[in-house]
Design a protein around this ligand. Structure first.
Ligand SMILES: NC(=O)c1ccc[n+]([C@@H]2O[C@H](COP(=O)([O-])OP(=O)(O)OC[C@H]3O[C@@H](n4cnc5c(N)ncnc54)[C@H](O)[C@@H]3O)[C@@H](O)[C@H]2O)c1
Length: 295
């Protein structure tokens, strides 16, 4: 079975690690912060045990967990067939990681980014082998969401694109093929437009957060509304992605607003800290936050 290296053990990297291990891959996990690894391993152990009790994974939770090993640097990359990068949404940081990986990895290793917005062609630009760089854009929480956009950079080879679609299928996820490398790809352009509109309606006092979310649920059959989606993804991540869109000149999908900035400045980063557009109580309740109280 192929070996996978995941770089970045946050919300997304942890989820990608889990689904790859569930699918039978040996997964190496690296993060520059040991505390991120510790938190992610705890989350994976909680989640795999829950999925195992519900009969949703074919192997035991322990068997899945045993396929995951933590590494302290990137030297293991030389032995892996797949490397998936899921660090902060910062172009220079990602570019340096791809340059470093390109020097370490065998030419046939496929280098993937989980970027939400940055064109794959730009991430591949400092590498000597841009044909093996691809976008694998997972959706969070990865163990629950079955979608991965497979994004073709300008120089991605046909073979790497085809193998990547097969890889996504092997994880039990649905691959949506993005044939041209545009900022925001497909899904974030659509959901970014909805979130931008939702923020404006709330900022102008036309609707409450709760009514927008309930409206999309009852009126359009969305499982959860745009604000709850943003809370799940992390408002700091949304802000970074919005800034990345702006820097790329992807005007109509740029998500930047005073309200979002104020929420992040107030530490209301979403579900991961127990407070965002909603307060999340330990017994699982969601209480809408009054955004007009923010200064
Ligand atoms: N949050 C979402 O819903 C979502 C969805 C799809 C894609 N993404 C993308 O996935 C990526 C990660 O997002 P996230 O939500 O997991 O963020 P996160 O903040 O939860 O995790 C990022 C992790 O990267 C680590 N990191 C930073 N620099 C590093 C380095 N040089 N080497 C190794 N590790 C490093 C951090 O310590 C952190 O643990 C971003 O590109 C984001 O745009 C996020």
């Amino acid at each position: 079975m192929d070996k996978v290296l995941v770089i970045g053990a946050g919300f997304m990297g942890g989820g990608i690690t889990q689904v790859a291990a569930q699918a039978g891959y040996a997964v190496h996990l690296y993060d520059s912060k040991p505390e991120a690894i510790e938190a992610t391993l705890k989350q994976i152990s909680w989640s795999t045990e829950k999925l195992s009790v519900k009969g949703k994974i074919k192997d035991s939770a322990k068997a899945v967990q045993d396929r995951i090993s933590v590494v302290n640097d990137l030297s293991i990359a030389a032995q892996c067939q797949w490397v998936i990068e899921a660090v902060f949404e910062e172009e220079e940081l990602k570019k340096q990681i791809f340059k470093d990986l390109d020097e370490r990895c065998k030419p046939e290793t496929i280098l993937a980014s989980n970027t939400s917005s940055i064109p794959i062609t730009r991430l591949a630009s400092l590498t000597g082998h841009p044909q093996r760089v691809i976008g694998l854009h997972f959706f969070g929480p990865v163990p629950m969401m079955k979608l991965v956009e497979v994004i073709r950079g300008e120089k991605t080879s046909d073979e790497v694109f085809k193998k990547s679609v097969e890889f996504v299928n092997s994880l039990g996820q649905y691959p949506v093929k993005v044939m041209k490398d545009i900022p925001g790809f497909i899904m974030n352009r659509i959901s970014g437009a909805a979130f931008r509109e939702a923020l404006e309606l709330v900022e102008k006092g036309i609707a409450t957060v709760e009514d927008v979310d309930k409206g999309m649920h009852y009126g359009f059959n969305w499982n959860i509304g745009p604000f709850e989606i943003a809370d799940n993804a992390g408002l700091d991540t949304y802000m970074r992605v919005g800034k990345a869109f702006q820097a790329l000149g992807a005007g109509n999908i740029s998500v930047s607003s005073d309200l979002l900035e104020k929420m992040v400045a107030a530490g209301r980063l979403g579900r991961k800290v127990g407070k965002g557009f909603y307060d999340y109580t330990p017994d699982g309740k969601m209480i809408p936050f009054d955004v007009t109280s923010l200064k």
